[in-house]
Design a protein around this ligand. Structure first.
Ligand code: ADP
Length: 662
């Protein structure tokens, strides 16, 4: 094959532009990304070699070498991993295969600051090389292919790249970065080693660099390794040394790992710039043995609500990387968790299908779920700063400075978590029956009296009025609609707090939660209002009498609205509004039906019940009105509008109202 010039896919060109323009403040991550690719390539080789040992070509010591040449202005990362064929180089380095990535690029706004945040979460991989290089050349040969089947790929990171066929005896890949002038400090052993220690210590392969010595070196400033020696400079010795710890972090003892190391590992696997909110690291022994290192991020990814989105846990078997995004290791509602599970029991050639059925995996999944919920419970417990407690004897609790600092560091983390991931957690009510009660305790809501999403079911219960027998809630499209809903009127009047449920998932999730700690949950928009003991006897009686007296009117309304309303009845739940819509006790709410329709899904036709406030002047006026039919429809359509819905025939509604106005 002769030299070919090909164009980058449009999305790649866009991504490249962004990489070079917005990641300036965080240049050094390029090395982490390229070493991580080299390490992945070695993992892939090891994995393919399980079935075909010949791929090792008698060289099974997998490693990464980092070299630089000050005169040529290059920094090179070489691995003896799986390598790439020509077609693979074209496909993998010229296009974005993963649909998620395309999606991501289309979300970029062009605002550099916002985009660099996004890109940080996402990880730019290979293209990050262009942060420091104005040209990258990649030379590679795939394991098992002939030396003449090597490939050279070259690009300046603008619109196109070149590929040509080369002869390359060594298996694997060299990524040669031609450093920009302002990035020349990366052509230094000291600088590169520092970055490797920071980001890549845990890479389980050795990362090698050539040893250097001072030429005619005499120490002028002992301890000052960078600048303290005389001219002559450093020269390479031809000996190689391993510059990382080459030890998988999760395989090390907890006591030997610092917080910083845990955080760096998290950033590496998550591509997040920020530290995680919490992590847990355990060796689990017993009938199934595995190590788990799991993190809770502080920020939701842009595609959190995509339930098909890949999970964030990597699976290893006895230190050998098996797969990314092993979704079988955690339930879907915990898809935001990042980390590693290393099993001692699974076979190395385990497939995704096999994972679904394995009993070991089931045990791992249960164990991981418990740990994650445990972390969340701890965050919730420490969310508020403790108040100083004074005992009965008047002794104030002594809090050490250390305890104070720790409390301050942990405060607010759960709130942060909940704002980002609370809605996803709710999916667990339906998905994870066994942990339903633990999950319910973690949920937080705004209420009719508290604007901030902070009230737990337990908080609510503790504030229930005497005689109140249910936890009341309302579902709506947004907080304003929930708070001003006519259905809340009687609750406001009686000073009963109502939980406001405004996440899309609420309605669905609450189907799975009938009660909390023995107290039933009751939607204020379902069934007749039964305030139980809270109901006033006289009010009750007045309502019964009204129902009797209004019977003929109700019958007329029912007839007029027979296509729209399941039933028409009088209610005590309204104070200021003339009417509202409710659904039968176990029926689907109108909001949920609306949402399903919007999502293009089949929704049963819900015919709500129209409830009228017999004290309201408009209702009183109905009887005997010449406009009875129009008023009846207006009453119904307004009730629909009040809860955020739209009349089935908006034009007819407008016409009717206008006719009356005129
Ligand atoms: P990601 O690593 O997230 O898939 P990258 O942009 O970093 O994305 O790399 C794109 C693809 O290029 C990789 O998935 C891999 O197939 C290939 N690749 C990159 N670096 C190497 C390497 N050192 N050896 C073999 N293949 C590589």
């Amino acid at each position: 094959m002769t030299k070919q010039t090909l164009s980058f896919q449009a999305e790649v060109a866009q991504l490249l532009h962004l990489v070079t323009h917005s990641l300036y403040s965080n240049k050094e991550i390029f090395l982490r990304e390229l070493i991580s690719n080299a390490s992945d390539a070695c993992d892939k080789l090891r994995f393919e070699a399980i079935n075909d040992g010949g791929l090792y070509e008698n060289d099974s010591e997998l490693k990464v070498k980092v070299t630089f040449d000050k005169d040529a202005k290059t920094l090179t990362i070489t691995d003896n991993g799986i390598g790439m064929s020509t077609q693979e180089a074209i496909d993998h380095l010229g296009t974005i295969a993963k649909s998620g990535t395309k999606d991501f690029v289309s979300k970029l706004s062009g605002d550099q600051k916002a985009d660099s945040q996004l890109i940080g979460q996402f990880g730019v991989g290979f293209y990050s090389g262009f942060i420091v290089a104005d040209k990258i050349s990649v030379e590679s040969r795939r394991a098992g292919m002939k030396a003449e089947e090597g490939v050279r790929w070259i690009s300046g990171g603008a619109g196109d790249f070149e590929v040509e066929n080369i002869t390359r005896t060594e298996r694997g890949t060299s990524v040669i970065l031609h450093l920009r002038d302002d990035a020349m400090d990366y052509a230094s052993a000291w600088k590169v080693k520092g970055i490797i220690n920071k980001y890549s210590d845990h890479i389980s392969l050795p990362i090698l660099m050539e040893k250097e010595e001072w030429k005619d070196g005499e120490l002028i400033n002992p301890g000052d390794e960078q600048g303290g020696r005389q001219p002559g400079g450093m020269v390479k010795t031809g000996e190689w040394e391993t510059v990382n710890k080459a030890n998988a972090i999760w395989a090390r003892a907890k006591k030997d790992i610092t917080d910083d190391e845990y955080t760096e590992f998290y950033k590496q696997i998550s591509h997040d710039f920020e530290a995680p909110l919490a992590y847990t690291h355990n060796r689990v022994e017993g009938s199934t043995e595995y190590t788990q290192l799991l993190y809770i991020p502080g920020k939701a990814p842009y595609d959190l609500y995509n339930r098909e989105k890949s999970a964030g846990v990597k699976l290893y078997v006895k230190r050998v990387f098996i797969m990314d995004d092993a979704e079988a290791l955690l339930p879907t509602y915990l898809r935001f968790v990042k980390g590693v599970v290393d099993s001692s029991d699974l076979p190395l050639n385990v497939s995704r299908e096999l994972l679904q059925e394995s009993r070991d995996v089931k045990a791992i999944r249960e164990g991981c779920t418990k740990r994650v919920l445990g972390m969340l419970e701890d965050l919730a417990k420490n969310d508020k700063l403790p108040e100083a407690t004074t005992s009965a004897e008047g002794v104030t609790d002594v809090v050490t400075e250390e305890e104070k600092t720790e409390a301050a560091a942990n405060a607010g983390k759960f709130t942060k978590f909940y704002n980002e991931f609370g809605a996803v957690l709710k999916e667990g009510l339906g998905e994870d029956y066994a942990n339903k009660d633990r999950l319910a305790k973690l949920l937080r809501f705004a209420t009719s009296t508290t604007d901030v999403v902070s009230v737990s079911f337990a908080d609510y219960k503790a504030r229930m009025k005497e005689g109140q027998e249910a936890i009341y809630y309302i579902t709506a499209d947004n907080a304003a609609a929930a708070k001003n809903s006519p259905q809340l009127e009687v609750f406001k009047k009686k000073g009963i707090e109502v939980l406001l449920m405004t996440d899309r998932v609420d309605e669905w999730a609450l189907n799975y939660l009938q009660d909390f700690d023995g107290t039933p949950l009751q939607s204020v928009a379902k069934g007749a209002v039964d305030l139980g003991k809270l109901q006033d006897e006289t009010e009750k009686k007045a309502a019964e009498e009204a129902a009797e007296a209004f019977k003929p009117l109700l019958a007329k309304l029912k007839e007029a609205l027979k296509d729209k309303a399941e039933d028409v009845r009088v209610t005590t739940r309204l104070v200021d509004s003339p009417a509202c819509l409710v659904v039968q006790d176990h029926g689907m709410s109108t909001q949920l039906a609306r949402m399903l329709k919007q999502a293009g899904q089949a929704a049963p036709e819900v015919k709500p019940v129209l409830e009228v406030n017999f004290e309201h002047p408009l209702v009183k006026k109905l009887d005997g009105s010449v406009h009875f039919n129009d008023l009846a429809h207006i009453l119904f359509d307004q009730a629909l509008l009040a809860e955020g819905g739209l009349p089935a025939d908006p034009a007819a509604y407008v016409k009717r109202v206008n006719a009356l106005l005129v």
